[in-house]
Design a protein around this ligand. Structure first.
Ligand SMILES: Cc1ncc(COP(=O)(O)O)c(C=O)c1O
Length: 388
């Protein structure tokens, strides 16, 4: 129950990508037929990934991870547009790679506004509008929270950016980036309709392999590379292209397109059963995030008087993989910045548990979790120094 951390590669994906490790191993930059075979697989993959977000193939830049995509989006746009302004807007609930990248940009002389969210984790488009100034060059807001699953009103935020740009009569564009790592391939995304200029997605969160991700860069966007070299990926991301991983990423997109609707219905039902069961069976338990505007596979709870880490360890002993927050920050002992941003006190934030469902989660597993969790919380509360 930790599919938000990473997913297994779908066997159908694995079958398609394997030949590109040995038989079809060419370098996409080579002129000979091995290279051209790899190049063709790369370009076909680009079309498939673009199709799932209704972008043009040439607007997809393949990278190695969403951390890299997010760094490229922020640093690339910041440095390419620094003569127009140095102000960037993000939210207080971004993934650590956006948070840390922003801190680094601050040291480089950029100014960062970190917008608050409401108790459900929602950014108000009006707050975005208010925060925009004449020197704003970029807004980056996460599409769906990796911790609490809240889905942001991305289209409305994009509209607010356009509206304020017109009011301020800005000559240059304010770019809008969204980190869609947890939402891409789960909910329908149309970049143009949703007013998105840049979007990050990652293969290993959607049953593709690790080592492949992408950044959608709308045609005409002023952006600089952070890796310089042989000029691959329209000179925005030099490096020999990881063809097997990208072919797998594309196959995962094809499956998602075909199965998204059915999978959404199946997992939503299981997730709702899980939420209802936990809230009924465990006293002093709360659901974090929005009740409806949330990812269909995410349930994030707070349990008073216990620590999330202890729950995760107890669940692990029973063969259940869970998380306290995001995989990247769960090794830290500080409470989640996302839970603090939605107004939880540090002690409440420490008692959080994230359960994320996926393609192979079964009803039997949900029943098992519901059977063992109440007892775990009860036992932990008995020895808790925070108990009532
Ligand atoms: C919302 C979000 N953004 C970015 C990342 C980083 O992705 P990657 O593991 O591909 O670097 C993650 C991974 O946890 C994520 O959940």
């Amino acid at each position: 129950m930790d599919y938000a951390a990473t997913t297994p590669v779908d066997p159908r994906v694995l079958r398609v990508l394997l030949p590109y490790f040995s038989g079809k191993f060419g370098n996409t930059m080579s002129l000979h037929s091995f290279g051209q075979e790899a190049k063709q697989a790369l370009e076909e993959s680009r079309e498939v990934v673009a199709d799932l977000m209704k972008a043009k193939p040439k607007e997809i830049i393949f990278t190695s991870s969403a951390t890299e995509s997010n760094n490229l989006a922020l640093k690339g746009v910041a440095f390419a547009n620094r003569n127009k302004g140095r102000h960037i807007i993000i939210s207080q609930i971004e993934h650590p790679c956006i948070m840390e990248c922003s801190k680094w940009l601050e040291k480089e002389g950029f100014e960062i506004t970190r917008l608050p969210v409401d108790k459900h984790g929602l950014v108000n488009p009006k707050d975005v509008e208010k925060a925009i100034r004449k020197n704003t060059i970029l807004v980056s807001i996460i599409h769906a929270s990796n911790e609490i699953g809240t889905i942001q009103p991305i289209k409305q935020i994009g509209e607010a950016i356009k509206r304020k740009s017109e009011i301020l009569n800005l000559k240059s564009k304010i770019y809008f980036h969204t980190d869609a790592v947890q939402s891409f391939a789960k909910i329908p995304i149309e970049v143009k309709k949703m007013n998105i200029d840049l979007l990050s997605a990652s293969s290993h969160k959607m049953y593709g392999p690790k080592g492949a991700a992408c950044l959608f860069v709308r045609e005409g966007t002023k952006i600089e590379p952070i890796l310089h070299g042989g000029g691959q990926e329209s000179s925005l991301r030099s490096s020999t292209v990881n063809v097997p991983a990208i072919v797998g990423f594309a196959e995962a997109c094809k499956i998602a397109k075909r199965e998204m609707k059915k999978e959404t219905q199946r997992i939503t039902r299981l997730r709702d059963k899980l939420i209802k069961g936990v809230l009924e069976k465990v006293p002093d338990s709360y659901l974090n995030g929005h009740s409806e505007k949330r990812l269909f596979n995410n349930a994030n709870f707070s349990f008073s008087f216990v620590e999330g880490e202890s729950i995760v360890i107890q669940l692990d002993l029973l063969g259940i993989a869970a998380s306290t927050g995001s995989a990247c920050s769960s090794a830290k002992l500080e409470p989640s910045h996302v839970l603090l941003a939605i107004g939880l006190k540090p002690q409440e934030a420490h008692g959080s548990l994230r359960l994320t469902l996926g393609r192979w989660t079964t009803e039997k597993e949900i029943n098992y979790l519901l059977k063992v969790l109440p007892g775990i919380i009860k036992r932990l509360r008995e020895i808790s120094p925070f108990k009532k």
